[in-house]
Write a protein that binds this ligand. Structure first.
Ligand code: ZN
Length: 262
């Protein structure tokens, strides 16, 4: 009876209550904007699809802050280096520096020579990640085990001897993989990394085309495929500027520790 009476009673919401609720909402939104603005990006690991990244330690308030301001994340990757003894890589590194960005360089060991040593240490010592892109950029499917090991482990060993660091990520040439390719890469201590956004710079020659493909394909948490090519180096400043204007921040994946595995 009492409950029925209570429910039948009209609820009075005063202007003061509405103003107070609105004030609390504005305060919460302001807090989320401020709290997320100056924090470093969350840590990312490679997604199980091997084509994108996932955040670790991503609390609700941080996600809400990112959504509120449209903040997004992308991993920049450059394949097939070195090009012209590292000249193109140096200009790519310059552009990355202007934007305080870091990237992953998937190197083809057969492209490395002594002239490129300096660039190799510059990449490694400026916070970028060096990955293994095979020894000779061959189609790996169909190779026998010994040749496969030479292409994958052999390149990893060469990168280790040149930089002092074992690569943790492997990208198969042309994105062509198989259980055996993945097994050999895993045995050499590497995670396979593909991509889900393609600048199409392996065949496009005009920087404006590379720009528009990169912008069209890149989504939140994408891995963007680019190459050490002259047209890419020319387009890169504009690609990064436009991505930043669209809310993107440039991140790198960390190596998964056993505790991070789902
Ligand atoms: Zn390649």
């Amino acid at each position: 009876m009492n409950l029925r009476k209570a429910l039948a009673k009209p609820i009075h919401i005063s202007v003061r209550h509405i103003a107070a609720a609105f004030g609390v909402m504005v305060l919460c939104a302001g807090f989320l904007l401020l709290a997320g603005a100056n924090l470093p990006p969350p840590r990312f690991v490679l997604n199980a699809d091997q084509k994108s990244v996932d955040p670790l330690d991503y609390p609700f308030w941080r996600e809400a802050s990112d959504k509120l301001v449209g903040r997004k994340y992308v991993v920049l990757t450059f394949d097939d280096g070195f090009y012209k003894d590292g000249v193109i890589d140096e200009s790519i590194l310059d552009v990355l520096r202007w934007h305080h960005a870091h990237a992953m360089f998937f190197l083809v060991c057969g492209h490395l020579n002594e002239a490129a040593d300096r660039v190799l240490s510059e990449i490694a010592n400026t916070g970028n990640i060096i990955g293994d892109h095979s020894y000779d950029h061959e189609h790996l499917n169909g190779l026998n085990l010994v040749d496969l090991q030479h292409q994958i482990e052999g390149c990893s060993t060469r990168i280790t001897s040149l930089t002092g660091h074992r690569p943790r990520f492997f990208r198969p040439p042309f994105g062509e993989t198989s259980p055996q390719v993945m097994q050999v890469a895993q045995s050499a201590g590497m995670e396979q990394m593909l991509w889900n956004a393609n600048s199409e710079d392996s065949w496009l020659k005009r920087p404006d085309q590379i720009l528009s493909w990169s912008l069209e394909q890149t989504e939140d948490r994408s891995i963007l495929l680019m190459h050490d090519r002259p047209a890419t180096a020319v387009a890169l400043d504009r690609v990064l500027t436009d991505l930043e204007q669209r809310g993107f921040r440039f991140v790198l994946p960390i190596e998964r520790s056993p505790a991070d595995h789902p």
